[in-house]
Design a protein around this ligand. Structure first.
Ligand SMILES: [Zn+2]
Length: 422
């Protein structure tokens, strides 16, 4: 049964509160956490722009006791969240590139993919994931609505620049034939019409075909206190039970699931039409390790408490540094930095600037909702502030040695899960 009432904001130019579960339609939903009001993370204004009025949206999490889905309490028009100049490219971190190479190896081996197979990637970004399948001689097609799709096309990864939905799915199936694999990496939680997406996926999949999704993992998010991944792009925070419920509504069965390191903790889930594949032991193992029902309510209550403590601890650490006259900068400006900076209440007097590596499209802009400039990391090495907060703390192990090797002499701070000096 599809839910009768679903919050839809597409085309509204604004936002719509979520009053019924986005997947199963259940109401009322439990309040989990409120981070207050936040600016859209992808609207970064150029440095020097005179501050103008800007929409801020309530940012809160809700829990559905019926299907176990944790979800955002507000759906914002995708035109606001994904502007055409969307500055994110997935090829930029090594961890993501390695993960996509692993996804190709794992799926090609498990499913026996060859040159007659077609792999379609939804939200294909700059084509990084598909480039691995293409290199293995497999036919590929990307679907990406933003201008980043041009980069993929220039790299030789055929990419349709369209918003994905059932209509585009039918067109793809007609023109390219049925797909052996459909992938959706880090976008399956982002599109508001979730049932439309799954309908589209089913329409593209050949009999026996496999849908592979990669999404932020709710349990990992709770364990490592990643409230900073809560922003309006991320409508749903999946666990294995909630994904199983959603896909089951469309006749798809989860047959393999495992945690992966992307974005500080994600899950990769394989699904196919009921009975097409043997359900692997990995699914049972993951299901049995996850809290549900009252257990999840307890877990979420503890999370809410820990989030506020982490904010207070970071502020107290920064207060001590400022009282001693220390200068503090920031390292990297991923979307999650916007949530952390705005929730904790950081500004340009606390964090003088944030560095990005050369080539980043964010350089020359302000962190959303603030006057903190994003600058080329060369500034960090010339300027040598006393401390630097790593906003992409989930890849601090990758970044810290590089920063030291390039000559940064200050102390590095990771803000989460517990604020600390490295
Ligand atoms: Zn639900």
């Amino acid at each position: 049964m599809r839910p009768l009432k679903v919050a839809r904001a597409a085309g509204s130019g604004g936002s719509v509160p979520v009053e019924y579960c986005q997947v199963c339609g259940h109401a009322p939903l439990d309040d989990v956490l409120s981070l207050g009001y936040m600016p859209p993370v992808n609207q970064m204004v150029p440095i020097g722009t005179v501050p103008e009025q800007q929409p801020w949206f309530p940012t809160n999490l809700l829990y559905c006791r019926n299907c176990e889905l944790v979800q955002l309490g507000l759906v914002v028009d995708p035109a606001i969240i994904f502007p055409p100049e969307y500055p994110y490219t997935s090829g930029t971190t090594k961890l993501l590139r390695d993960n996509f190479a692993d996804l190709q190896r794992e799926s090609a081996a498990m499913l026996g993919l060859g040159k007659d197979d077609l792999v379609v990637d939804i939200g294909s970004n700059d084509g990084t994931l598909l480039s691995n399948f293409k290199a293995a001689g497999i036919r590929v097609l990307g679907i990406e609505p933003t201008d980043v799709g041009d980069i993929a096309n220039q790299r030789g990864i055929p990419t349709l620049k369209r918003y994905f939905g059932p209509e585009v799915a039918r067109e793809v199936a007609r023109e390219h034939g049925p797909a052996s694999v459909v992938t959706a990496a880090n976008c399956f939680a982002h599109i508001e019409d979730v049932h439309g997406i799954v309908d589209g996926i089913v329409a593209m999949l050949k009999e026996g075909g496999t849908f592979i999704s990669e999404s932020h993992y709710l349990v990992g998010l709770l364990d490592t206190l990643q409230y900073d991944t809560v922003y309006h792009e991320h409508l749903r925070y999946y666990s294995v039970p909630s994904l199983k419920h959603l896909l089951g509504m469309h006749g798809l069965e989860v047959f393999h699931a495992r945690p992966i390191p992307s974005h500080g903790g994600s899950i990769r889930v394989y699904a196919a039409r009921q009975g097409n594949h043997t359900v692997q032991d990995s699914v049972r193992r993951m299901l049995s390790a996850e809290p549900r029902g009252e257990g999840m309510v307890k877990r979420l209550t503890a999370f809410r408490h820990d989030v506020v403590l982490s904010k207070l601890r970071l502020l107290s650490m920064l207060r001590e540094l400022k009282e001693k006259g220390r200068r503090v900068a920031g390292i990297s400006a991923p979307s999650r930095a916007s949530t952390l900076v705005n929730y904790v209440g950081l500004d340009e007097a606390l964090i003088e600037y944030v560095c990005e590596i050369p080539g980043s499209l964010k350089i020359g802009k302000y962190i959303p909702g603030t006057r903190i400039p994003v600058v080329d990391e060369a500034r960090l090495f010339e300027n040598q502030p006393d401390c630097a907060v790593i906003f992409s703390w989930h890849i601090a192990d990758e970044l810290a040695p590089k920063l030291k090797a390039k000559g940064f002499r200050g102390r590095l701070i990771t803000p989460l899960p517990v604020p600390r000096f490295l």
